[in-house]
Each structure stands twice: as C-alpha cells, then as structure tokens.
Design a protein around this ligand. Structure first.
Ligand code: ISL
Ligand code: CA
Length: 549
C-alpha cells in the first residue's frame, strides 16, 4: 500500500562478499574487509545492505551451497566479525539483510549426510531421494547448470534432485519438518538482529506433487525442462505464508524474493500487501530484451527497459511495491549489454543511475554499479571460476562447438563479469587484495575505481551520490505517482508528482543518436549527465528538473 515503510525509502546495496574487500591478503573478500568499507557506503548514501551468502560452504556455487546455516564461512571470518558488521551497520543507521538459500543445501550439509546414511530415517524425506536404475533418472527435469537435474548415488542406489549443481540438493518443502527447520533457522538469525532476507530462488521451493515430467516443448523454448512444475508450484503461497507468519511477522522482518520467470501478475500474487507473503520480488524480465537469453551476444535495447519499467509504473498499482534493479551477481554488466562502445560508458552509467533512482520502487545497487563497471576482459576458459560458466563451456564443446565459439558465449553471458574484484584505488588489483585475487580482474581499475571517482565531481560515483541524496530529500521521488509524458522511439520522459510537493521531471535520450527533447518551461535543473549545452540531447543524455508548482 502507500503506507510508508523503511524498505520503501531505502537505497539498498548488494555486496558480493568474496569480491568486495580482502583484509588479510588471501585473495578472498571477507567480513573485516566489509567493515572497513562501511564509511564508504554511508558516504554514498546507502541505507540498507544485502549480503550475498556468508555461511559455511564448500563453495561449489560460491556460497549458494550452504553446509551450515549457523556458521560463518571460515574464509570470510567469524561470528564475532558478523556481530561487529551488524553493529557497524546499525550504528550508521543502515539495515542488514541476509541471503536466505533454502531451496537447496550443500550435499555436505548434515541433513543431507544423514539422509544418505539412513534414507528411511528422520532425514530421508528432507530431500528428493528416489530409488531406480543408474541409467534412468526419475523424470526429465534438467539442471540450470547443465545436464539432468538428478544425481545418482551408487552406494545407496538412489537418485537425488538438484535444480542447480550436483552439490546443491533440493529440499523437500512438502515435508513439514523441513519447514520447521527453516523457520527455526530464520528465527535464529532474526533474533541475532538481522533486518530481513533476500530469498534465493524462493519461487522454486514448491515442486508439484509427484514431480510430473516437464513439457518437452516448454523445455525447448526455455532451455530447461521441468520448470513449469516448480517455478510457481501448487503449494508455493502456502509455504510463503507459513514463513511469514512463523518468522517474518513476529520479527517485523523485511523480505524480498528472488523469483525467476515470475512476471508482473504473479509478482502481485506473491507481494500484495493484503496477502502476507513477501514484501517485494525481483522480476527478472528486466534483464533481457524479449527473444534473448543471457548467453546471447546482442545489444540490449534501452527502449525495452523503458517499456518494461513504464509498464510497472503504470500498472503495478498501490498494493504492491517494485524492487528496482538492473544488475546483480548473476549477470553481466548492463552498460556492456546496452552499448559496449567505451565512448558512451560514462553517459550510459549515469543514465542508468537516473532511471533507477528516480522511479517509484526501491533501488538495489549492485557493488561496482556506482563506479560504472563494465564486463571483464577474460581471454581463456581458465579465467573463469563460476560452475555455471565452466559447465556451459563443456556442454558447448560436447555439442561440437569450437573452443573459440564456446568462449564467445561465456564472454556474453558469464556471471563472472559481475564477480571480479571491487576496484578501490589504483594500487595493484585495485586495492582489493595485497595477494592474488580468487577471480582475476583486468586493468580497468586504473581508471575506474572508488578513490578516483570520489575525488571527481563529474564521475559516475558522484552521480550516484547526488541522485541518492536527491531521492532522500524528495519524498515525491519515492512515493509520488509516475506520469509518462514522452515515449517516442529512443525517448523517455516522466513526471513524478504528489499533492504536497513540486513535481520532478526526468528526460532521457535512450540512444547514441542526438534527440530533440522538450525542456519543461520554468523548470530548474537538478541533474544532468553532460555539461550544459543548447540544442538536442546528446548520446544517452539524461536530465532531471524540478517543475514549478
Ligand atoms: O533460473 C535461472 C535460469 O533461467 C537461473 O538464472 C536462476 O534464476 C539463477 O541462477 C538463480 O540464482 C540464484 O540461485 C542460484 C545461485 O547460483 C545464484 O547465484 C543465485 O542468485 C542457486 O542458488
Ligand atoms: Ca580474506
């Protein structure tokens, strides 16, 4: 609803801890490193932090394969470090949300170990373990990380379901003790003072009873078979309400769901303020121009970004609240997708900042986005660390592609583009580590890094800071209505308005070609991404004006 809430006014910042700041030279970012950078976040204007997983994990999927939910990953630090981080954030008035990965656990989690050791015992039903023959998996579902979604355990003569890597075993949410265990764990973290969660692939938790075969036609279209049997499963709403009632509501905790494939209508069903399920969801339709998948080497059309966002501004309605994002740790950098020509890099970076920080909804900024990061220069399969990329590469080779062609696919879509070390300054490895980074970056940090950009009033960083402050000083940018006033090809202009404040108008040229735009009469300029000039809008030019009452 239009009722105020801290999470509606927040500006979130996603930290991928492994790549944020290393404090001890082992090449891996850690919690003390994050603590050292809290002033940086505060300076930028951030009011809430989402931490990608920091739990004990064998790191088959970089922490999204959890071995112990109540222990900190040794490379990242200790529970005492965590408490200091929480206190450091709260002392600065910032909220902390954690990543909640409960669609699956690591195969090294004690629950799974116990399930394997005694399949008919108390943990046997925690997962999807099925008897069978080693050459015939229980159904045709495929994994998001290549191959069948079923792993054969020869010793037990059992199949186990994994939608992601074979070391990420899916939990069986239809078994009540699983839901008890999850609520218990969530309450433990909430009692420890965290303010909420980002819920990993939370729309996948409810597999349709009986695990029906996927439609091969849908599988062909999507590239994955079986998705329609669990991406919006029969009992999904029930499970979310239970989590809300037993954990989130009693703790006044915030929740944002990661919900691939959901779209606007199902987003409403998951987040309506009258439904008591989630507060917000990430709708991934924003990430690719229709007809494309992440691995395609193509130009993302910013006219699509406009259409997608304008649709939400117009039709999401007052009982729902949008999570605004354009990047995260699972996707290449948006600037590179929109136009990789370096002459437009800064203008596009600032244009994206204008869009994300002046629309209705809650912005989530991914680390490095505020510096205008672009895709990394990888040269060799050995430069990649991500299990998804490495599997994809081998899948392509097995299908007969050349090494060069397979590498090109990775360069277009690899998640590692988002996971290179955060560039802090001009020292080696951008000051991320004094050692060797776990994932090599390139030389980009020499020009684009936090230290240099903070000192430059015309940098991308300074744009983010300015626009964040502008949003925080102008409630109309948070709660106001959005009226689209220009939607010609390559143009976008909208006015944010409410009853109590002067309206604010945004004008954007979505293309590299000059564009004639109509400047509002009597408007006072609040921001522009080019130095002052008369005439048509330059490539990717964006401006913000305050309008007379
Ligand atoms: O569904 C997909 C493809 O259509 C995937 O992109 C999927 O949405 C995505 O990989 C889910 O991401 C989350 O869960 C994964 C983890 O690897 C990601 O890092 C995480 O963000 C498994 O936990
Ligand atoms: Ca470290």
């Amino acid at each position: 609803s239009m009722l105020p809430a801290w999470w509606k006014e927040a500006v979130f910042y996603q930290i991928y801890p492994r790549s944020f700041q290393d404090s001890n030279g082992d090449g891996i970012g850690d919690l003390p490193g994050i603590i050292d950078r809290l002033d940086y976040l505060q300076e930028l204007g951030i009011t809430a932090v989402w931490l990608s997983p920091i739990y004990d994990s064998p790191n088959d999927d970089m922490g999204y394969d959890i071995r112990n939910y109540q222990k900190i990953m040794a490379e990242f630090g200790t529970m005492a470090d965590f408490d200091r981080l929480r206190d450091g954030l709260h002392a600065r008035g910032m909220k902390l949300i954690m990543d909640l990965v409960v669609n699956h656990t690591s195969d090294e989690h004690p629950w799974f170990q116990k399930a394997l050791a005694d399949p008919s015992g108390p943990f046997g039903q925690y997962y999807f373990l099925r008897p069978g023959q080693p050459d015939t998996p229980p159904n045709n579902w495929t994994s998001f990380f290549s191959g069948s979604a079923w792993r054969w355990f020869p010793e037990q003569q059992l199949w186990g379901l994994h939608l992601f890597s074979p070391k990420q075993m899916d939990l069986n949410w239809s078994y009540p003790p699983v839901r008890d265990a999850v609520c218990h764990m969530v309450n433990w973290w909430l009692d420890r003072g965290v303010d909420g969660f980002r819920l990993d692939v939370i729309n996948y938790i409810a597999k349709n009873p009986g695990l029906p075969a996927g439609d091969p036609l849908i599988g062909q279209l999507m590239g994955f078979t079986g998705v329609e049997e669990y991406f919006y499963g029969r009992h999904l709403h029930e499970y979310l309400r239970e989590l809300q009632e037993r954990s989130f509501t009693p703790h006044h905790a915030f929740s944002v769901g990661e919900t691939p494939g959901i779209g606007m209508q199902m987003s409403k069903l998951l987040t309506g303020d009258y439904r008591h399920e989630l507060d917000m969801v990430f709708d991934f339709d924003v990430l690719e121009t229709p007809g494309h998948v992440r691995w395609d080497d193509y130009r993302y059309d910013l006219n699509y970004l406009r259409d997608y966002l304008a649709d939400y501004q117009d039709h999401y309605g007052s009982h729902y609240w949008q999570a605004l994002f354009i990047e995260n740790h699972d996707n290449p950098r948006m600037i590179s997708k929109a136009n990789p020509d370096p002459q437009y890099r800064i203008a596009i970076a600032k244009l994206l900042a204008v869009i994300e920080l002046t629309l209705r909804g809650t912005p989530f900024i991914f680390q490095g986005q505020e510096l205008g990061r672009v895709n990394a220069q990888f040269h060799n399969i050995r430069d990649f660390q991500d299990v998804e990329s490495i599997n994809k590469y081998h899948e392509l080779l097995a299908a007969g592609q050349t090494e060069q062609a397979a590498l090109a696919v990775l360069l277009a879509g690899s998640r590692d583009h988002a996971r290179t070390p955060m560039p802090w300054d001009t020292t080696p490895h951008g000051g991320f580590t004094t050692g060797t980074p776990w994932l090599a970056g390139d030389d980009d940090y020499r020009q684009y890094n936090a230290y240099s950009e903070m000192a430059n009033p015309r940098s991308v960083w300074s744009t983010y800071r300015h626009l964040i402050k502008l949003r925080q000083a102008n409630p109309v940018l948070v709660y106001g209505a959005t009226d689209t006033v220009d939607r010609r090809r390559n143009a976008w202009s909208y006015i944010r308005r409410d009853d109590d404040h002067q309206p604010i108008q945004v004008l954007i040229n979505l293309s590299a070609r000059q564009k004639r735009m109509t400047i509002p009469a009597g408007g006072s300029l609040l921001y522009r991404n080019y130095p002052a000039h008369d005439g048509r809008f330059k490539a990717y030019e964006a401006r913000v004006y305050r309008l007379p009452e």
